[in-house]
Design a protein around this ligand. Structure first.
Ligand code: 13P
Length: 248
């Protein structure tokens, strides 16, 4: 049986109690019977609110980051065990904004994925090249290096992760990778997973970067695009619902 696609919204640092409530109520009302897995990755202070709001709906809950550590003197960090207490099923790790603004390395991202897996949370491991790297012909080299670190650290658990290919030049810019450009990279990532596990087909490889209501269907039609990680368009109920519908 073909696996269901995964559509995950990354709200980034957006939202308020009132706005979240309106958005989630609209999503729950409009989602209908689940033809795909739909999730929202929300700012941590809102996890409790979301846990209550999503009750009875098919909407899954995600976090935007997780600590590589179990517990202890790590001011400001959030452990996988804490996230799990709020019903979190997914945690984004290694988003390019965290790599860029918070100095996260491939090794740290791999450790974060491991911490999530240890608590039954699926890490959505982000990889992606900058515009300069693409123009220098280094796209494959970069994404393979980023994924290799996660594979190295997580060994036989690797079939339990999700991957998100997010070309940095496409994030929040309105410039989307063409379906062919994205598929080309997704095929490279799939092959790399296949070399590491016999269960590589199980892994959701998501595309992210200006995915929207208009371009989602053509991206999701590609053989190795198993879903999307959506920023801006996940904040608008109608747009996110259109993307969810395109993933059925
Ligand atoms: P946009 O959809 O706003 O380009 O953001 C993509 C992203 O970074 C999702 O994690």
């Amino acid at each position: 049986m073909e696996k269901k696609k995964l559509i995950a919204g990354n709200w980034k640092m957006n939202g308020s109690l009132a706005a979240n409530e309106a958005l989630v109520r609209a999503l729950a009302a409009g989602m209908g019977p689940a033809g795909c897995i739909a999730a929202v990755c929300v700012p941590a202070p809102y996890l409790a609110q979301l846990q209550a709001l999503r009750a009875g709906s098919a909407l899954e809950l995600g976090a935007q980051d997780v600590s590589a550590h179990e517990q202890g003197a790590y001011t400001g960090e959030l452990s996988a065990a804490m996230l799990k207490e709020f019903g979190v099923r997914y945690a984004i790790v290694g988003h390019s904004e965290r790599r860029q603004y918070h100095g996260e390395t491939d090794a740290l991202v791999a450790d974060k994925a491991k911490a999530a897996l240890a608590h039954g949370i699926t890490p959505i491991c982000c990889v992606g090249e900058t515009l300069a790297e693409r123009e220098a012909g280094k796209t494959e080299e970069v994404v393979k290096r980023q994924l290799a670190a996660v594979i190295h650290t997580n060994g036989h658990c690797i079939s339990e992760i999700a991957v998100a290919y997010e070309p940095v030049w496409a994030i929040g810019t309105g410039k989307t990778a063409t379906p062919e450009q994205a598929q080309q990279v997704h095929a490279v990532l799939r092959a790399q997973l296949k070399a590491a596990t016999p269960h590589a087909e199980r892994v959701h490889i998501l595309y992210g970067g200006s995915m929207n209501a208009a371009n989602a269907a053509s991206l999701l039609a590609q053989p190795d695009i198993d879903g999307g990680l959506i920023g801006g368009a996940s904040l608008k109920a109608a747009d996110f619902l259109t993307i969810i519908a395109a993933a059925r």
